[in-house]
Design a protein. Structure first.
Ligand SMILES: NC(=O)c1ccc[n+]([C@@H]2O[C@H](COP(=O)([O-])OP(=O)(O)OC[C@H]3O[C@@H](n4cnc5c(N)ncnc54)[C@H](O)[C@@H]3O)[C@@H](O)[C@H]2O)c1
Length: 261
């Protein structure tokens, strides 16, 4: 068990990737705080984990709100007396044209996807530093590395997650608190359900990466366990891309690898 006795907060734990991370952490012996803005979804997931014999608590929180992020960490400390791992996974995306983005859209995307990880980390860091042990994982995206049309605010926020990770890792130098980013590609979670199931985009988007399928939330959970555990004790300020090679190579239309029959 690689996370035995560790206390982990997972934001967005009511969603696809967050829940997969909660399950993987619990299986590795962590006590898991399943957090989400949706109280019903995080309670449901915490209940399933408890019914399976794991230690888990639901704490509803809006990561974009300073007092809510502070309350999330306070509730974790009162439930389990520590916060060892924070996964800043909560996220949301607005898809509309550049000129259709209102200031409110822009601010919402930055608040949830970039300010949220900062607020949750800032609430947890004093406890991690006092303990001289901690681990923060920020969930970015392929949009942290590549522009995509109709997602201007989301792409800007997710790009910022890389800088936030690096800057926090630098600020935490020498304190045994590591900070890293996981950058998922196309994952068939509720976030992308409509695209994964659509006849127009389901197969076509799967074919865009080098593995040739949609990723599953479990594909992300394994990397989260690695980054949260001592297996990655020399890794900080870094990022792991889990996107089937989507960022590694592009084909032109009709250009397929030539192989003997
Ligand atoms: N699914 C993908 O293809 C994909 C690709 C790249 C990056 N990501 C990132 O992965 C993370 C998880 O996404 P997912 O695929 O599991 O999506 P999801 O929609 O299944 O889950 C996201 C969760 O975040 C919660 N949330 C939204 N706003 C919140 C807020 N203000 N405070 C707290 N919780 C909030 C939602 O209620 C939801 O349960 C997100 O950061 C997303 O941007 C996903």
């Amino acid at each position: 068990m690689r996370l035995k006795g560790k206390v982990a907060i997972v934001t967005g734990g009511g969603g696809g990737i967050g829940y997969a991370i909660c399950k993987a952490f619990a299986s590795e012996g962590a006590k898991v705080v399943v957090s989400d803005i949706d109280p019903g979804k995080c309670e449901e997931h915490a209940t399933v984990l408890r019914d399976a014999g794991h230690e888990a608590t639901a704490v509803a929180a809006d990561v974009s709100c300073e007092s809510s992020a502070d309350r999330l960490v306070a509730a974790t400390l009162s439930a389990y007396g520590s916060v060892d791992i924070l996964v800043n996974n909560a996220g949301a995306r607005i898809i509309k044209g550049l000129m259709e983005h209102s200031v409110a859209d822009w601010e919402k995307m930055i608040a949830i996807n970039l300010t949220g990880p900062f607020l949750c980390a800032r609430a947890a860091i004093p406890h991690m530093v006092a303990k001289r042990s901690g681990n923060i994982i920020n969930v970015g995206s392929i949009a942290s590395f590549a522009g995509r049309p109709n997602r201007v605010a989301y792409v800007a926020a997710k790009s910022g997650v890389l800088g936030l990770t690096r800057a926090m890792a630098a600020d935490l130098a020498g304190r045994n608190v590591r900070v890293n980013t996981i950058a998922p590609g196309m994952i068939a979670s509720p976030f992308n359900k409509s695209f994964a199931e659509s006849p127009e985009t389901g197969e076509a988007w799967a074919g865009e990466n080098l593995i040739g399928r949609w990723g599953q939330p479990e594909d992300i959970a394994g990397a989260a366990v690695y980054l949260a555990s001592d297996d990655s004790s020399f890794v900080t300020g870094s990022e792991i891309k889990i996107e089937g090679g989507w960022l590694a190579a592009r084909s032109r239309a009709g250009e397929i690898p030539i192989w003997p029959d």
